[in-house]
Design a protein around this ligand. Structure first.
Ligand SMILES: N[C@@H](CCOP(=O)(O)O)C(=O)O
Length: 464
C-alpha cells in the first residue's frame, strides 16, 4: 500500500514512512493511493467480532507490509489493557432511531485514545532497529494533547512537544497534559488559538534543520496513522446497526475534521453511511459546505473547546477527493487559502463536497439545552462536544433511519460547562481520578515560529 500527497509534490511512500513523517514534505497530507475494501461478508461479520480483532485487521489493510503484522496486532491489543470498557466503543440506544457511540472509555477519557494508544505501539515498531530518535509535535485544543502525553510520556526514543492555546482548554485537559512529569514531554501554552498552534506545528515540521539526526512527525490527525486508527469504530457501529443492508447517519462533533474524515474513509472502504459534521459556532466548515465560501476567522471560545477550530486540517483531504484527486487544484486551493484566508468554491466542487458530507452548526444555547435534555430524557450526563452532535442527531432521528451521534469525551473533562447546566458535577471516571493535584509544567510563548522552534529545539537537544 503506497501513500501519496494531496499536493502531488512528494514521492509515494509507505505507511511506516507516512507515520514517521506526519505530513508530506510538499506540505500536503498523505492519503492511501487506493482504498482497501471491506466485503459485504466482512461488514456482516464485524458486529460480532471483538473490537481489537477488527481494529487489527483494518490497521493491517493500511499498514500493508511496512510494519510487521505482530506489531499491528500488538497495537490493537493495547486497547484491551488501557480501556475501561470491555466493548471498547459501546453503542448505546437512546430512542428508536437514535444511538450514541461512546468513544471516551480510554485512559484520557476522549476518543483520541483509540488511535493514539495504537500509534504509540506502531511508532515503537517503526523506529525499531533504526537507532533514530523521533520528535513528535502536536497542536491541541485539549484532547489530542492529553492523549499524546499519556501515550508517549517516558517513551525511550521519542520526544513530544504539545502546543495548546493558552487559557483555551479546560482545566482538566490542561492538567492532564501539564502534570505529567516526563523529561521527554514539553508543554507550550501559545498566546493564540488552536489554529495558531496547528500552523506552528506545520511550520516546525517543515523546518529542515530539526531533521538533522532525527525524525520529526506529528500525532495530529494530519498523520495518516491517526486516521487509520479511527476507522474501525465506524465499521463496528455500522455493522451493529445492520450494514451492509442499512445506511446509518453518523453525526460527528467536528474540530480538525479528522474524526469525520475517518468516517469518510470507512465509506470509501465500502461501509454504507452518511456523514454529518456538527460544529459549534466556529463554523468555517459549515459555512463552506452550506454557502460555498471557505473562510478563516479567529476562533471563538465555546463550551466545546476541543472544537474551537476555524481551519480544519482534514478539509484538505476531503477537497482532494472532491476534486477527483487533483493535486494541482488542491495545492492551488490551499496556497490561496494560506495567502488570502478565504477561497470561493466553484459550483461543481461544492456539489462534490456536498455529496461527501453535510455540516450543521449548533450554538451555545442549544449546546446547553442539549446537555439538560440528555440528563432529563435519558439520565445521561454528556460533554459539550457530544451535546453539539446529539442536538443535530435528534433532529435527524425524527426523519427516520438510524442516526448515531459520536460521544467523543467524558463530561468530567468539562465540569465548568456541565455543572452550571445540571446543578451538579459530572461523576469522575477512573481515567480522570488521579488528575486533581500535581505541579504543572508549561512554557508560555507567543504564536511565533522562532519562539516555538527555540523551545522545541531545546527539548530535542538540537542546535539552536
Ligand atoms: N480537537 C482536537 C484538535 C486537534 O485535532 P486532531 O484530531 O487533529 O489531533 C484536540 O482536542 O486537540
Amino acid at each position: 500500500m503506497n501513500y501519496v500527497s494531496t499536493r502531488g509534490g512528494a514521492a509515494p511512500t509507505t505507511f511506516r514512512d507516512a507515520l514517521l513523517r506526519g505530513m508530506a514534505p510538499d506540505g500536503g497530507l498523505y492519503m492511501p493511493a487506493r482504498w482497501p475494501t471491506l466485503s459485504a461478508g466482512d461488514l456482516r461479520a464485524a458486529a460480532a467480532r471483538p473490537y481489537v480483532d477488527l481494529a487489527a485487521d483494518i490497521l493491517g489493510l493500511f499498514a500493508g507490509e511496512s510494519l510487521p503484522p505482530a506489531a499491528v496486532r500488538a497495537a490493537a491489543d493495547r486497547l484491551t489493557g488501557t480501556f475501561h470498557h470491555a466493548a471498547i466503543t459501546p453503542l448505546v440506544q437512546l430512542e428508536p432511531n437514535l444511538w450514541v457511540l461512546e468513544l471516551f472509555h480510554g485512559p484520557t477519557a476522549a476518543f483520541k485514545d483509540l488511535a493514539m494508544q495504537m500509534m504509540a505501539v506502531m511508532t515503537d515498531a517503526a523506529l525499531e532497529g533504526t537507532g533514530q530518535r523521533l520528535l513528535l509535535l502536536t497542536a491541541t485544543s485539549g484532547d489530542t494533547g492529553a492523549a499524546a502525553v499519556r501515550a508517549f510520556a517516558g517513551a525511550e526514543s521519542v520526544d513530544l512537544a504539545v502546543l495548546h492555546p493558552l487559557d483555551r482548554v479546560s482545566p482538566v485537559q490542561r492538567r492532564q497534559m501539564t502534570t505529567v512529569d516526563a523529561p521527554n514531554v514539553l508543554n507550550l501554552a501559545v498566546r493564540g488559538d488552536f489554529d495558531d498552534c496547528q500552523r506552528l506545528v506545520k511550520a516546525i515540521l517543515a523546518d529542515e534543520t530539526l531533521r538533522e539526526g532525527r525524525r520529526v512527525s506529528s500525532v495530529n490527525s494530519i498523520n495518516w496513522g491517526r486516521l487509520a486508527g479511527q476507522v474501525p469504530y465506524y465499521v463496528a457501529a455500522a455493522s451493529a446497526l445492520g450494514a451492509p443492508h442499512v445506511t446509518p447517519r453518523f453525526v460527528v462533533p467536528t474540530g480538525n475534521f479528522g474524526d469525520a474524515f475517518a468516517g469518510w474513509v470507512a465509506r470509501a472502504m465500502g461501509v454504507p453511511l452518511t456523514l454529518i459534521a456538527a460544529v459549534n459556532r466556529n463554523d468555517a466548515l459549515a459555512r463552506a459546505l452550506n454557502h460555498g465560501r471557505y473562510e478563516r476567522t479567529a476562533a471563538n471560545p465555546t463550551a466545546s473547546v476541543s472544537m474551537d477550530v476555524q481551519a480544519p486540517s482534514n478539509f484538505e483531504r476531503l477537497l482532494f477527493e472532491a476534486t477527483g484527486r487533483d493535486a494541482d487544484a488542491t495545492r492551488g486551493f490551499f496556497e490561496t487559502f494560506a495567502r488570502d484566508g478565504a477561497v470561493d468554491l466553484a459550483p461543481d466542487l461544492l456539489a462534490a463536497l456536498r455529496a461527501d458530507a453535510a455540516a450543521v452548526s449548533i450554538d451555545e444555547d442549544r449546546t446547553r439545552a442539549e446537555i439538560a435534555h440528555a440528563w432529563k430524557a435519558y439520565g445521561r450526563v454528556i460533554c459539550p462536544h457530544t451535546a453539539v452532535a446529539l442536538a443535530a442527531a435528534r433532529d435527524m432521528a425524527r426523519e427516520g433511519g438510524p442516526v448515531v451521534a459520536l460521544s467523543t469525551a467524558h463530561p468530567a473533562k468539562f465540569p465548568e460547562s456541565v455543572a452550571p447546566v445540571l446543578g451538579f458535577e459530572p461523576p469522575v471516571p477512573p481515567a480522570l481520578a488521579a488528575i486533581t493535584g500535581g505541579k504543572e509544567r508549561l512554557t508560555v510563548i507567543d504564536a511565533d515560529l522562532d519562539q516555538a522552534l527555540d523551545a522545541v529545539k531545546a527539548l530535542a537537544g538540537a542546535s539552536p
